[in-house]
Design a protein around this ligand. Structure first.
Ligand code: DX5
Ligand code: ZN
Length: 215
């Protein structure tokens, strides 16, 4: 069984965004990964609603938005209205995480929690039963093109164990530093969804790179 692949549009060419969206449509990719950064939770600003709307218009696969923002509760319904199906918020940005997760699900979207590299997976013990996916950050969020943090492999294995032990229906998404070279090791560790930005859009043949990452 192969993993799901979600190209991160942060690494797309915004001068020809529609072409890159169509390339993803035609590739073996499964989802579009949309990185939303506010310059507060992370030291970078990415793109906002008008750009998501433009991508949504041509995207023929599910949209997965990764909110690297403070106060995500304020914007959940905006993402629903734009057609987002999978929505993740950061553990570190949510004081009332349970409430936020219920709000995402109440809007009819799949709900995920993203963990920074320093945040232990054990902290998810009392929310895991409510989640559709967990986003394990394997780089510090904020930028594409960073190197994979090796310790993330241990976190994937540990989380896989927690999910399987209880029989939960929760996917493990790995985000940051994913390449054609480490994809199989991540799959073997227990990843279900691999996000790849520079490994797809920086490749000489993005279609082929996507196929290799998918396995
Ligand atoms: C980082 C973002 C990632 C990033 C991945 O803050 O959450 O989705 O775009 O980019 P690569 O695959 O280049 O590490
Ligand atoms: Zn991301």
């Amino acid at each position: 069984m192969s993993v799901l692949v979600a190209p991160s549009m942060l690494s797309a060419n915004f001068g020809k965004l529609d072409e890159d969206v169509k390339m993803v449509n035609e590739s073996a990719a499964d989802w579009f990964h949309l990185d939303i950064m506010d310059g507060v939770f992370v030291p970078n600003i990415s793109y906002g609603f008008p750009v998501v709307k433009a991508m949504a218009k041509s995207a023929a696969k599910p949209l997965d938005a990764h909110l690297m923002i403070v106060n995500p509760d304020k914007y959940l319904s905006n993402f629903k209205d734009l057609g987002v199906e999978w929505l993740s918020v950061h553990y570190e940005a949510c004081t009332h995480l349970h409430r936020t997760i219920q709000a995402i699900k109440g809007l009819g979207m799949k709900a995920g929690v993203a963990l920074n590299p320093h945040t232990p997976v054990s902290l998810l013990e009392d929310i895991l039963q409510d989640l559709d996916y967990v986003v394990l950050m394997s780089v510090n969020p904020g930028f594409g093109g960073q190197s994979f943090i090796e310790h993330s492999i241990d976190k994937i294995k540990k989380l896989r164990g927690m999910i399987d032990e209880k029989g939960y229906n929760c996917l493990i998404q790995v985000d940051g530093g994913v390449t054609t070279k480490n994809a199989r090791a991540l799959e073997e560790a227990g990843a279900d969804v691999l996000v790849a930005g520079s490994a797809v859009f920086g490749a000489s043949d993005p279609i082929e790179a996507t196929k290799i990452i998918k396995g």
